[in-house]
Design a protein around this ligand. Structure first.
Ligand code: SF4
Length: 236
């Protein structure tokens, strides 16, 4: 199954996957405290509008993945649900690119601190959508085509999944694709660019024909056990 959609090392690896993301105004407001807080400060609300317009054309959301057997990757501990039945694991790293982050720094350098704060919030909100978009990409495209569905997701730094695993996860990803995406792990263990995320997605064989639990037929969108179904921006 892995070779059908995403090659694993030591193959040269695929190009980074371009991810569609939408900058969600509610998430931007949440990154600034709350929608009420933003609305209460007209200058901040205007800066958010401007920052969203500035950021949209310079967002470059991409992900790099591999597919590995569960024994090859550190998995979350037992308190993280959904990992016991996982058959394949997709370690990934994703980023929106450095441009928005650099724009925020430039605004701060010009003394436009509210604009800088708004740009940083837009970048953070966009970064939060990366994993959702990757899960949906797998659930509707290559994983579904191969008869699998995403059933779990976890991030190093979560409870019962130590941050130290982040470097190991990224080391499993194809180096050429990481380079093409501009993704790297710094000596400190932090990801570069700053607005980036790494994690693991668990895949399990899809339920053929669907079932009473709402699992999708093989090859079709599988929302029933999707790990983001409660907050999915793609569900209709
Ligand atoms: S809940 Fe359904 S629509 Fe949303 S990401 Fe999962 S599979 Fe896609």
């Amino acid at each position: 199954m892995p070779d059908q959609f995403l090659r694993i090392p030591p193959d040269p690896g695929p190009q980074p996957i371009a991810l569609p993301i939408a900058v969600d105004a509610r998430r931007v407001a949440a990154c600034l405290g709350s929608a009420e807080r933003v609305a209460a400060h007209p200058a901040l609300a205007a800066a958010v509008e401007e920052a969203m317009a500035q950021a949209r054309p310079i967002l470059h959301p991409v992900a790099v993945c591999a597919v590995v057997a569960p024994r090859e990757v550190p998995l979350p501990g037992p308190s993280v649900a959904g990992w016991d039945a996982v058959e394949w694991v997709v370690p990934f790293a994703a980023t929106i690119g450095p441009a928005v982050e650099l724009a925020a720094m430039a605004a701060a350098g010009e003394g436009k601190l509210v604009r800088a704060m708004a740009l940083d919030a837009v970048a953070s909100a966009a970064c939060l959508t990366l994993t959702d978009s990757l899960v949906h990409h797998l659930a509707t495209g290559p994983a579904a085509a191969a008869g699998f569905e995403a059933v779990s997701v976890a991030f190093p730094g979560d409870e019962d999944y130590p941050l130290e695993h982040q470097s190991r996860l990224v080391s499993l990803l194809p180096a050429p694709a990481l380079a093409a995406a501009g993704l790297a792990v710094q000596a400190s263990g932090a990801l570069s660019p700053v607005k980036a995320v790494a994690g693991v997605i668990g895949l399990t064989r899809a339920v053929a024909g669907g079932d009473a639990g709402g699992h999708a037929p093989v090859g079709r969108r599988a929302c029933g056990r999707c790990p983001i179904r409660g907050r999915c921006p793609f569900a209709s």
